[in-house]
Write a protein that binds this ligand. Structure first.
Ligand code: MSP
Length: 510
């Protein structure tokens, strides 16, 4: 077994509709982190999946005249296809309807009940009879009516099970004090502590009798387990916790990173740690709450008509244009605007102009001056130092940003190397060197330095844009693609012959 391990997760998405670019955003970032960790020698486990139970899905299925399972099966197939299109390298896809997961949820529920952390009580809520839905005060429409059908709601009581969050208030506060990096970014941490934890935790309703599409409480079958115990447990059930084979659990738990959207950070930083404390399990190392991709200042949704199937962008601009946009455009943690126009601008300015041009120009010059042959003649000048030093430090620079989950700067640093390469070409003027035979060795050295720098950048880039990186490696005709080949300068094969030139990113004309 390798020494270093890294377990990271995305949220499990609701398959109530096909996924949009917002879901892709989280998943692309998680994928880049997973790929980076693998390349950096970590034994990595990357989990994603779907959160399939609940009243909303039950209702949608009914409207479509199919069973809830039939309904979610279709969406899950669609999601898996989308992840394939986006090159998402997950190690496991968990569905909360998987039998092993349901059994683990039942065992967890029973264990918490047996030890007195779950008790039977009475749930009071605002109920809309035609919709058969419970709402909280804040969910109601502006007239205090059902947000779905806008009819009156009334208060009802139902028997329900409750989880004793209040009992764990102090241990949670202590844990957060002792682990200042547990919630990031810091702004979200303060919000959790001041707005939700300090005012006092109320016990949480964890079962329902008003709908059926959920995991039944094993000892009281008219109840189904309500949302969070079912959903959050996926992070440990996926590893085989409380199953016959818990080897993955032993190897990978606790999670190193749960990536979640800002609206569910509360559940991940309060309910989840408390469930784990109650189970006597170690807590995850970090919960990172990212911002939202918004369109024209608002949410992405089918009903607002600003939804496009993400495959349309992939087909039009290429998978790595979409990945690059998600990784680079928005500082991870903040909200950011998504627009097709901004995607085009990014693709043209960075992928076509900086990277695509650089690779194309370099291969072109090597073909033109040396019929594709590269050889490091080691006639270096002072001018080379800036480029070489930056390339040499790049792994460390990028790793530091990745450790801080500053993904956008991590990828931009790689592009900084490509910008430096372009500048180096302008400064060394190979076309002038090519004019006289006596500069031949210097010219070969210059081209070697460029191609080696491109290789170094691409070794790191493969975590972010795997398809493009593969294409560049093939044009460079190099086998030196691992992280241990970039801690010194000069590992590009010499002598060598470059591969066929190919346009990486055509400029998109609108
Ligand atoms: N099922 C729960 C999560 C349970 S995790 C144990 C859920 N599902 S969700 O489908 O509604 O959202 C899943 C994730 O997608 C959330 O982290 C949410 O922030 C993210 N996103 C949904 N729309 C998004 C954007 N427009 N932009 C960025 N992320 C978005 O909540």
């Amino acid at each position: 077994m390798k020494e270093k391990k890294f377990y990271l997760t995305t949220p499990i998405y609701y398959p109530s509709d096909n996924f949009h670019i917002g879901h892709c955003y989280t998943t692309i970032i998680a994928d880049a982190i997973a790929r980076f960790k693998r390349l950096d020698g970590y034994d990595t486990f990357f989990l994603t999946g779907t959160d399939e139970h609940g009243q909303k899905i039950e209702k949608k299925a009914l409207e479509n005249g199919i069973t809830p399972k039939e309904y979610v099966d279709k969406i899950v197939d669609n999601a898996k296809d989308l992840w394939k299109h986006l090159n998402i390298s997950y190690d496991k896809f968990i569905r909360t309807t998987d039998k092993y997961h349901e059994e683990v949820v039942q065992k967890i529920f029973k264990k918490l009940y047996d030890q007195g952390d779950i008790y039977k009580g009475e749930y009071k809520g605002l109920y809309c009879t035609p919709c058969e839905s419970f709402w909280t005060q804040t969910q109601l429409d502006e007239n205090g009516c059902c947000p779905d059908c806008h009819r009156e709601v009334h208060e009802v009581k139902e028997e329900a099970y409750f989880f004793k969050l209040s009992k764990y208030q102090k241990p949670l506060e202590k844990f957060l004090e002792d682990n200042p990096d547990f919630i990031e970014p810091i702004s979200r941490k303060n919000e959790m502590i001041n707005n939700f934890i300090k005012p006092g935790l109320e016990d949480l309703c964890v079962s329902r009798t008003s709908f059926k599409w959920g995991v039944p409480v094993s000892f009281d079958e008219k109840h189904v387990v309500y949302v969070w115990i079912d959903a959050l447990s996926n992070y440990i059930s996926a590893l085989g916790y409380l199953t016959d084979d818990d080897s993955l659990f032993k190897k990978y738990w606790p999670a190193d990173l749960h990536i979640v959207g800002k609206e569910i950070i509360r559940f991940h930083t309060i309910i989840w740690p408390i469930i784990l404390m109650a189970l006597g399990l170690p807590l995850p190392k970090k919960i990172f709450g990212h911002g939202w991709l918004i369109v024209d200042g608002g949410k992405i949704s089918k009903s607002l008509g600003n939804y496009k199937d993400p495959r349309e962008y992939i087909n039009a601009y290429g998978v790595d244009a979409v990945r690059y946009y998600a990784l680079r455009e928005v500082p991870f943690g903040s909200d950011g605007n998504f627009s097709e126009e901004a995607l085009i601008i990014r693709t043209n300015s960075d992928l076509a102009n900086i990277l695509g041009n650089l690779v194309n120009r370099t291969i072109g010059m090597i073909n033109k001056y040396f019929e594709g042959n590269v050889c490091n003649k080691k006639i270096n000048e002072e001018l080379d130092e800036n480029l070489i030093n930056y390339a040499l430090n790049l792994k460390e620079i990028v790793t530091n940003y990745m450790d801080k989950l500053d993904i956008s700067n991590a990828i931009d640093c790689i592009f900084e190397l490509f910008r430096k390469c372009n500048k180096y070409i302008d400064d060394t003027t190979p076309w002038i060197l090519a004019k006289s035979e006596e500069n031949n060795d210097r010219l070969q050295t210059v081209l070697y330095n460029i191609i080696e720098s491109i290789r170094i950048g691409t070794v790191l880039l493969q975590a972010f844009l795997p398809t493009t990186a593969e294409k560049i490696f093939s044009q460079l005709n190099t086998k030196q693609t691992t992280f241990d080949t970039i801690t010194s300068f000069g590992n590009y094969e010499s002598p060598n012959k470059v591969g066929k030139p190919e346009v990486l990113f055509a400029r998109i004309e609108k």
